[in-house]
Each structure stands twice: as structure tokens, then as C-alpha cells.
Design a protein. Structure first.
Lengths: 107, 119
């Protein structure tokens, strides 16, 4: 299985800040990398796919980049509703493993 | 509206069997893979497996192979996840999700089914 490692595991930031979450794959996954947001008691929601494509309806303050083994999710101009856990997922090879998650808290 | 609607919460005893469901609507059910994802209490997301409803071809994570069975009935646009003998460690929220054709990502999620296994 491909291992996905996210950092940091948690972070705290203020409204208006720019936040970056990183995800590293244990092998080359090209751009087969997706990002999800999960709020308490809710199902995950797709934010980004193939590393840098914004899912329909997702605010443009979210962006993604990277290829190969290293990827980033950036949230610029943080909003209170961005408080959530963020997961990366590789879809290059089955099983499509997830990262362990990054908990984002708004100060 | 494209949606996946899952069956309700279950409380079972160890050793019992269980089959939970995920019904798709608002799109061509046979054209998209449906996956299952486990989330144990307070933990992250575990990819369990995926099925293509058109031919009921399932693929499993090695971690879940032999532990669960994934199936689908295209005539009623429904996918299933089943256990033959539940363990306490199966207590978790289980989500079904549609894998987008262009994105290869889970673009539509069900609301989740909470399974509690306790004696």
C-alpha cells in the first residue's frame, strides 16, 4: 500500500491567515492526489482532485499543488467555517489510502 | 439531485451478521464506482474497498479482504457492505461514496451508517 503522511497533525490560525497543509506519498503518485474537508458529525467533502483542480462549489480561497510525492493544500484568507479536519488521499493505486488528517482550529 | 442515501444506525452483538446499504439516485448508478470508507470513533478515514455496479466487480483493501463483502444490485441502484461475524472492533461510522469518473476522487458521499457492536 502507498503510505500518505500529512503535516502538521494539527494547527491553529486566525481569521484572514494563510494556511498550508502538506501531504507526502511513499512513492510517486504523479498528480493522483485529492483533498477532503470533514466537519464534526458530517461526511467528508471533496475540495480538490488531481492535486490542483477545485471541486465545483468550493471557494476559490482553497488551492492545491504538487506532483510526484509532495503536495500542499493552501487556504488563503482563512474563514471561521474552515475549522475542520483535512485529509489527503491518493487515487493512483488501490487501496486509495488516506493521510492521517490535519485538524485546523481557528483562533 | 445526485445523492447517496445510507441505511440507518445498527446495534449488534459480537458474532452477528449485518448488511448495510447505500442507494444512489440522480445519476447513472452503473457508470460510477462506489466505495466504502470506515471511520472508527475519533479516528481517520480508512479506504475499505470499491465496486463497479455495472458488473459487480469489487476490489478490496488488503486490510479488509476477507473481513467484509462488498456487493451491488444495479436493478435498485444500491450497494452493500456486509459482515458475516461482527467484532467489537467493527464499531465505526461507515460511509459510502461515489468515485467521480473524471476526478478519480470521492465526489459524492452518503450520510454515513453508524455500526455499534457490543455485548
Amino acid at each position: 500500500d502507498i503510505q500518505m503522511t500529512q503535516s502538521p497533525s494539527s494547527l491553529s490560525a486566525s481569521v484572514g491567515d494563510r494556511v498550508t497543509i502538506t501531504c507526502r506519498a511513499s512513492q510517486n503518485i504523479y498528480t493522483y492526489l485529492n483533498w477532503y474537508q470533514q466537519k464534526p458529525g458530517k461526511a467528508p467533502k471533496l475540495l480538490m482532485y488531481v492535486a490542483s483542480s477545485l471541486q465545483s462549489g468550493v471557494p476559490s480561497r482553497f488551492s492545491g499543488s504538487g506532483s510526484g510525492t509532495d503536495f500542499t493544500l493552501t487556504i488563503r484568507s482563512l474563514q471561521p467555517e474552515d475549522s475542520a479536519i483535512y485529509y489527503c488521499q491518493q487515487s493512483y493505486s488501490t487501496p486509495d489510502t488516506f493521510g492521517q488528517g490535519t485538524k485546523l482550529e481557528i483562533k | 439531485e445526485v445523492q447517496l442515501v445510507q441505511s440507518g444506525a445498527e446495534v449488534k452483538k459480537p458474532g452477528e451478521s449485518l448488511k448495510i446499504s447505500c442507494k444512489g439516485s440522480g445519476y447513472s448508478f452503473t457508470s460510477y464506482w462506489i466505495g466504502w470508507v470506515r471511520q472508527m470513533p475519533g479516528k481517520g478515514l480508512d479506504w475499505m474497498g470499491i465496486i463497479y455496479p455495472a458488473d459487480s466487480d469489487p476490489r478490496y483493501s488488503p486490510s479488509f479482504q476477507g473481513q467484509v463483502t462488498i456487493s451491488a444490485d444495479k436493478s435498485i441502484s444500491t450497494a452493500y457492505l456486509q459482515w458475516s461475524s461482527l467484532k467489537a472492533s467493527d464499531t465505526a461510522m461507515y460511509y459510502c461514496a461515489r468515485r467521480g469518473a473524471a476526478s478519480d476522487a470521492f465526489d459524492i458521499w452518503g450520510q454515513g451508517t453508524m455500526v455499534t457492536v457490543s455485548s
